[in-house]
Design a protein around this ligand. Structure first.
Ligand SMILES: [Fe+2]
Ligand SMILES: [Fe+2]
Length: 221
């Protein structure tokens, strides 16, 4: 059985992730490196584990989470679809059976809010985990530039902490974000994240859960 640790140590994966990070930096986007990959991997697995899914589904969710943004090494546009194809090729080359690799491919190909939809439990967990990673450490520009120019970076910069909680009994998945309202208002957050939150709600519904957004301790959705 192919383990996440083997994938992390693979030289092809390492090279592609390094190039993804390089391209994202060159384009001036927020951080999409191994830090983001690691967090999304862990949270994707945590969501399914908390909901009582099998260790096999958890393992595939962790793998999908780790590889979900590797398409950025090709181009930011359509990175979900290009990354899905890359991941399938890498995973089958490393010995994963085609059905499992196809599950990962399908989840990665649907993680982006522009064209993605929740299409499986793994896909749903990946969508929520990916959109939940909002944190000031992801902003790679100077604070002065961010405050002047870019609402997207400003929202990330204001995020002191974000984390997911899963209430298995009530089947509620909550995205909890602590933001510094001196840097960005809750309205700024909604302006940027409205589309993402709608996708998270659909993702939660796909796995028979409700989605809740909690900002500074106040449930908003
Ligand atoms: Fe992405
Ligand atoms: Fe991502």
């Amino acid at each position: 059985m192919l383990e996440l640790s083997e994938i992390k140590a693979d030289s092809e994966v390492e090279a592609i992730m390094e190039m993804s990070g390089k391209q994202i930096m060159a384009l001036g986007y927020t951080e999409h490196s191994r830090r983001h990959a690691g967090i999304v991997s862990k949270w994707s697995g945590d969501i399914l584990r908390e909901l009582g899914e099998s260790e096999e589904r958890v393992r595939l969710a962790e793998i999908a989470g780790y590889l979900h943004d590797i398409g950025n090494c090709i181009n930011r546009t359509d990175h979900a679809q290009s990354g899905a194809l890359l991941a399938y090729k890498i995973l089958t080359r490393m010995g994963m059976e085609p059905r499992s690799a196809a599950e990962v491919m399908m989840a990665i190909g649907n993680h982006d809010e522009q064209f993605g939809s929740p299409v499986s439990d793994i896909s749903s967990a990946l969508i929520i985990a990916d959109k939940a990673d909002v944190h000031k450490s992801r902003v790679k520009k100077s604070i002065e530039n961010v405050l002047r120019a870019n609402i997207h970076d400003r929202v990330n910069l204001a995020a002191e902490r974000s984390y997911i909680t899963v209430d298995r009994e009530k089947r509620v998945i909550a995205l909890n974000i602590e933001i510094d309202t001196g840097i960005c208002s809750v309205m700024d957050y909604f302006e940027i994240y409205f589309g993402r939150m709608k996708l998270c709600r659909r993702a939660a519904e796909f796995i028979s859960c409700k989605f809740s957004l909690v900002i500074n301790g106040v449930p908003l959705v």
